[in-house]
Write a protein that binds this ligand. Structure first.
Ligand code: SF4
Length: 451
């Protein structure tokens, strides 16, 4: 059957609902944006299906943070085309924004939208002509002063936790990062819209909201007299029915005394702070163009711990950055141990074409990066175990999210400190916050008894 005949048949069978499948690469912001697109298509009558179910439209939301992300993005586009040669394939996200010419070369792509024109994606997909060869390209260069892209969600894939995007873009230009080029300069979502979205999500049964953005600490900074992040947090805290407010990745420089004082008064705030570190060596931080020192970082952590001594402090660290010597790495290792993180995502530096650091001399050998990554991860395992051990014998609240994927005799959820806890199985606990006592630590989670 030709594609034309196929389309005609579909038009004749009005009862047949069109199917949309999505695939998301990359970060929580991308996941949020995919969800917003799913809802946009559902409102237009599409049914959302999994990628293997033979959809009529595929949306691939791409990532470009490393060369590997680019490759995976291309693989998924080709996979979608292969799964249904009759389907419309639309490509969006950071890779599409930065490299539309490369995406165009992939046979069978019909719509390309970058990181600012997704509100036009549905119309473009609907307007695609059968057998159309050249794609519709909705990629516009990011402009200074552009506004927050109008996307919103009512639900998420998880049952209790919903992500809310409140900020886009980044002006930091860390020397290893391509994101400011893919996302443009900072812009913030209107406070009223944020609150309305949180209220909607709570009405739909979500009890926990996680705020995300490309550089959350920049919220409100692009405009004079606009709302600051703390104003938005205080308003979210007042939303009726919201139990937990969690923050995405933050810069340590945000943790100034006034901010922390106001932050710690929020009753829904989770005691979990992901403070981006990247390196525990000042020389490396400077080469990365990060705007703080290890001393600033430590002050930020101490400010939090003065009010919330058991708060989970988590972070990201890159090992093997160009020019990082053994001694520099040892500074990072020692600094991480000094802070005593609850968890660390360890990344091996990967040169990203188009960034200054990719051109730095003294690139570190892969073997050395692996060695450093292993050594840091071993230290992280010890830190994690120590962090979790302090809760043994303690009472805490767990928001039950699902039947445990580790052992179906247990339910599973997180505490406000983002500790993963197993609770003896009782189906009726699902989506409820329950009181438990932690009894033991097993690997990177805790077991508990109900109180
Ligand atoms: S803060 Fe640095 S690492 Fe984060 S998105 Fe901006 S440039 Fe990239």
């Amino acid at each position: 059957m030709s594609r034309e005949e196929n389309n005609n048949n579909q038009n004749n069978e009005n009862t047949q609902q069109k199917k949309l499948a999505t695939y998301t690469l990359g970060c929580k912001v991308n996941q949020y944006e995919t969800q917003a697109l799913i809802e946009m298509f559902e409102e237009a009558g599409y049914a959302s299906v999994s990628i293997d179910e033979g959809a009529d439209v595929f949306i691939i939301n791409t990532c470009t943070v490393t060369s590997m992300s680019d490759r995976k993005s291309r693989q998924m586009i080709r996979k979608a085309r292969k799964l249904n040669p009759m389907a419309v394939v639309a490509v969006t996200g950071c890779y599409a924004q930065l490299s539309p010419e490369e995406v165009k070369k992939i046979k069978g792509v019909q719509v390309i939208a970058g990181t600012s024109q997704r509100h036009r994606l549905l119309d473009a997909v609907e307007a695609v002509l059968p057998m159309q060869e050249s794609p519709v390209v909705l990629v516009e260069s990011h402009q200074k002063g552009e506004t927050f892209e109008p996307l919103s969600v009512k639900k998420t894939k998880e049952m209790t936790r919903a992500y809310v995007k409140i900020q886009d873009g980044c002006n930091q230009f860390c020397s290893y990062c391509i994101i400011p080029y893919a996302r443009g300069s900072i812009r913030s979502r209107d406070k009223r819209e944020v609150i309305e979205e949180v209220e909607r999500l709570v009405k739909h049964g979500y009890q926990e909201v996680v705020l995300t953005g490309i550089h959350l600490a920049s919220y409100g900074k692009e405009k004079k007299n606009s709302h600051e992040l703390i104003d938005v947090l205080e308003s979210i805290d007042k939303v009726d029915g919201l139990k937990r407010l969690r923050l995405g990745s933050l810069e340590p420089t945000l943790m100034q005394i006034n901010f922390v004082e106001r932050l710690m008064k929020l009753t829904t705030l989770c005691q979990h702070f992901h403070l981006s570190l990247q390196s525990g060596c000042n020389k490396t931080l400077k080469a990365m163009n990060r705007k703080y020192t290890t001393e600033d970082y430590e002050i930020a952590v101490n400010l939090i711990r003065q009010v919330a001594p058991t708060a989970a402090i988590t972070t990201d660290i890159i090992v093997g950055f160009p020019g990082e010597t053994d001694e520099d790495f040892n500074h990072t290792l020692a600094f991480a141990q000094k802070i005593g993180f609850a968890d660390v995502h360890v990344f091996r530096y990967s040169a990203r074409e188009g960034t200054p650091a990719a051109l730095y001399e003294a690139q570190v050998a892969e073997e050395e990066k692996n060695k450093r990554s292993k050594s840091l991860n071993t230290a992280v395992d010890t830190m994690k175990a120590q962090y979790l051990a302090q809760f043994i014998g303690q009472e805490t609240d767990v928001l039950i999210e699902k039947v445990s994927s580790l052992d179906n005799h247990f339910m599973e959820g997180h505490t406000r400190h983002y500790v993963r806890v197993l609770v003896p199985f009782e189906k009726k606990l699902l989506q409820h916050e329950v009181k438990v006592r932690i009894t033991e630590v097993v690997k990177d989670y805790c077991k508990s008894i109900l109180l």
